[in-house]
Design a protein around this ligand. Structure first.
Ligand code: ATP
Ligand code: MG
Ligand code: MG
Ligand code: MG
Length: 431
């Protein structure tokens, strides 16, 4: 007998098949039992008809508890009522193991309870759909960069120094030396770009963020491309092409998942390059016009500011050329102004906030050295990075996209904790 996955049922209409599954939910009457089956590849209904299967098997079907694992055997039937298009007419059940008092029932549960049970919560339909969207974004990321001549290079996670300050760093020991968990692989990716031209990384990053917001995780995954011979404006073009590609890929390949999430896809269809661009100066002016008097030129934006700006557009919007004082040391100064740098943040629509931070990087040795000194960073710790400026350095640009912010936005998930399988949050290290 053919062993298949639920997702392949529509291609096996009329066949008798065997599927390994869990019982997600169940309804039954005296004559019929409806089994909601889940195998990770999808969800499907299995129908057990007492008259067809007999007393004994029907009693087994009716007696199974939620999340019991089983092999189910049956004939695949076309079913037009479900968007999935198929259901299983069950003829055999082999229980593998029972589940005892499974805590997540179809009723509503509080967030803390669900977070305590994250190891089980992942089995729910909504979480399944979010993880499928996450996976599609990762797949489309590899596709985009590989098709555009980038090489994947992996920066280290244990590092001796870090690009941005020390307040948010996780400190650890590296035998007798001090070490830190990576906050960003950028500096290493710059070195990689000088070797391979166009590179990208995808890996975990760690920030001891003391803030409790719906956009910040302690551990999150970042995609960090870095490109030699690419200037600021050209980098923005890559960014808008990349973000368009992942949004359009999810729309195309995760239709059922977006439907299950209740995502208003009309808000995503329009996400195609080019994206609007406004300067930091214009953004400040706009906010003042909107009545925000809590922000002055020279301040970084908070979530309400980003949301007010984003609400003005139906696509992600670039805010370019921030004041030099609120950005890291390595950003290239504006050629005509000494108070701003060649950088941009990409702000997602619908209040999901900053999804990308990027910039052109300094490559002049003397300028880099003086910027490091102005930031009181140790020239010893950054010796190898500074050395890059002396070895045939070229203009180059790069950016970092936060995967979970992007998952939250595209899937329409209110809080970032649901955008990663096992979120690390301020007060949560388990499960
Ligand atoms: P924010 O202003 O929202 O705190 P940031 O400017 O500190 O973000 P960057 O250092 O520019 O962030 O990092 C690049 C990207 O990584 C951000 O645009 C965002 O998508 C993501 N990111 C940053 N911090 C976090 C976090 N704590 N949790 C999840 N994603 C994050
Ligand atoms: Mg931050
Ligand atoms: Mg920011
Ligand atoms: Mg940023």
């Amino acid at each position: 007998m053919k062993k298949i996955m639920i997702k392949d049922m529509p291609n096996n209409i009329g066949e008798t098949v065997k599927i390994g599954a869990w019982l997600a939910n169940k309804r039954s009457s005296g004559k019929l039992a409806f089994l909601q089956l889940r195998d990770g590849s999808g969800f499907a209904q299995g129908v057990v008809v007492k008259e067809e299967v007999g007393e004994e098997l029907f009693a087994v079907a009716k007696g199974m508890t939620q999340e019991t694992s089983l092999y189910v055997i049956g004939e695949v039937k076309a079913d037009d009522r479900s968007s999935f298009g198929a259901e299983l007419n069950v003829t055999g059940i082999e229980v593998i193991s029972a589940a005892n008092d499974y805590p997540i029932t179809p009723k509503e549960h509080g967030t803390e309870f669900l977070m305590d049970n994250r190891h089980l919560w992942l089995r729910s339909r909504k979480q399944h759909a979010i993880m499928k969207v996450r996976n599609e974004i990762i797949r489309a990321t590899y596709e985009f960069f590989n098709e555009n001549g980038f090489t994947k290079m992996d920066p280290p996670i244990l590092t001796g120094s870090s690009p941005e300050g020390t307040s948010e760093l996780f400190h650890t020991k590296y035998f007798d030396e001090d070490a830190f968990l990576s906050q960003s692989g950028q500096l290493y990716m710059e070195a990689a770009a000088m070797a391979l031209g166009k590179v990208f990384s995808f890996g975990p990053t760690f920030r001891a963020e003391k803030s409790k917001t719906r956009r910040h995780l302690i551990e999150f995954w970042m995609i960090e491309p870095e490109m030699a011979f690419v200037e600021h404006d050209e980098s923005l073009e890559v960014q808008e092409q990349y973000v368009s590609h992942i949004v359009q890929s999810v729309l195309k390949n995760c239709k059922l998942d977006l439907e299950r999430l209740g995502r208003d896809t009309s808000k995503l269809e329009n996400v195609k390059a080019p994206f609007p661009r406004i300067s930091y100066d214009e953004a400040i002016e706009f906010l003042h016009e909107q009545g925000f008097d809590d922000i002055q030129w020279g301040d970084d934006f908070g979530a309400p500011h980003e949301t007010a700006i984003a609400n003005h557009y139906d696509k992600p919007v670039f805010i370019t050329c921030y004041p030099i004082g609120i950005k890291p040391f390595y950003m290239q100064p504006h050629p005509e102004r000494d108070d701003v740098v060649l950088c941009a943040d990409l702000i997602a629509p619908e209040g999901y906030g900053e999804i990308i931070g990027g910039s052109e990087r300094i490559y002049d040795y003397e300028l880099m050295k003086s910027r490091l000194e102005e930031h009181n960073l140790s020239l010893d710790a950054y010796a190898w990075y500074l050395d890059l400026c002396k070895q045939g350095a070229v203009p180059h640009s790069g950016f970092g996209l936060g995967l979970e912010r992007t998952v939250a936005w595209i899937s329409g998930t209110e809080h970032i904790r649901e955008a990663i399988p096992f979120p690390r949050l301020l007060n949560r290290l388990y499960p």
